[in-house]
Design a protein around this ligand. Structure first.
Ligand SMILES: C[S@@+](CC[C@H](N)C(=O)[O-])C[C@H]1O[C@@H](n2cnc3c(N)ncnc32)[C@H](O)[C@@H]1O
Length: 205
C-alpha cells in the first residue's frame, strides 16, 4: 500500500478541497442512508477514507458525538480539521490504511464513499472485509458508496471495480444483508457526471 499512499499524497498536493474530482458540497445520499439506519446521536460512526469530506461537519451539525475519520494520508484530514476549527477536537482523526488497521473499539456505523472500489486485488478486499467484520458491532450498519456498473472504469488515475448492491454484498459475505440502495449522479468540479451506487448493509446480529 506504500504506492497507494504516495498516490493519494500526490492527489491532494497543492489542491484546495473543492478542486478534487470527488468534492461534494453536501453528502446528501450518505446522510439519507445514515438517517435510515436509525443510528442515534450516541452511535459510534467511522468515515473510512473520509479525507476532507463534509460528512463529518454534517454529522456534528446533527448532534452526533462519537465520530472518527480515518484516511491513508493526512492531507485531506488536515483540510477538514482547518475547516472545522475548534469543532475538530470533538472528532477522532486517524491516519491509517484501512486494509491494515487494527481497530480497538467497535463501531455502530461504517461509512465509505470511494475507497472499497479502489481495491482491485482480491487479498486487499479480503483484508478490508475482515476489518469491517471485526469492527462493526452486530446490528450495526455499513454504508458503502462505489462507482455503479455504468460508472467510470477509473478514478483519480487508478483503476476501480464497479458494483451494484448484489455484487458488493457478495464481496462482504453472509454477515451483511443489503437493506437499501440509492443511485447517485456525482458531478465532478470539472463537469463530468459519474454514476455511483450507495448501499446500506445491516450487520447480521
Ligand atoms: C475518492 S476519495 C473520497 C474521499 C471522501 N470519502 C469523500 O467522499 O470526499 C478516496 C479517499 O480514500 C482514501 N484512501 C484510499 N485508500 C485508502 C485506504 N486503503 N485506507 C484508508 N483510506 C484510503 C484517500 O486518501 C482519499 O481520501
Amino acid at each position: 500500500m506504500a504506492d497507494q499512499r504516495e498516490h493519494w499524497r500526490r492527489a491532494y498536493a497543492g489542491k484546495r478541497e473543492d478542486e478534487v474530482g470527488w468534492y461534494q458540497v453536501s453528502p446528501d445520499t450518505s446522510l439519507a442512508l445514515i438517517e435510515n439506519s436509525c443510528a442515534g446521536t450516541e452511535a459510534r460512526i467511522i468515515d473510512v477514507g473520509g479525507g476532507a469530506s463534509r460528512l463529518v461537519d454534517a454529522l456534528l451539525n446533527r448532534g452526533f458525538r462519537r465520530l472518527t475519520v480515518l484516511d491513508i494520508v493526512e492531507a485531506g484530514l488536515r483540510q477538514a480539521q482547518e475547516r472545522l476549527g475548534g469543532r475538530a477536537s470533538r472528532v477522532q482523526w486517524m491516519s491509517a490504511d484501512i486494509t491494515a488497521w487494527n481497530p480497538v473499539d467497535p463501531y455502530d456505523l461504517w461509512h465509505d464513499r470511494g475507497v472499497f472500489h479502489f481495491l482491485t486485488e482480491k487479498n486487499e478486499r479480503a483484508k478490508y472485509c475482515a476489518v469491517l467484520e471485526r469492527t462493526l458491532a452486530p446490528g450495526g450498519h455499513a454504508v458503502i458508496g462505489t462507482f455503479a456498473p455504468d460508472g467510470p472504469e477509473e478514478c483519480s488515475g487508478l483503476p476501480v471495480i464497479r458494483y451494484d448492491a448484489e455484487s458488493l454484498g457478495r464481496e462482504l459475505g453472509p454477515a451483511f444483508k443489503d437493506a437499501e440502495t440509492i443511485l447517485e449522479d456525482h458531478t465532478t468540479p470539472g463537469g463530468e457526471v459519474q454514476h455511483f451506487q450507495f448501499t446500506r448493509f445491516a450487520r447480521v446480529p
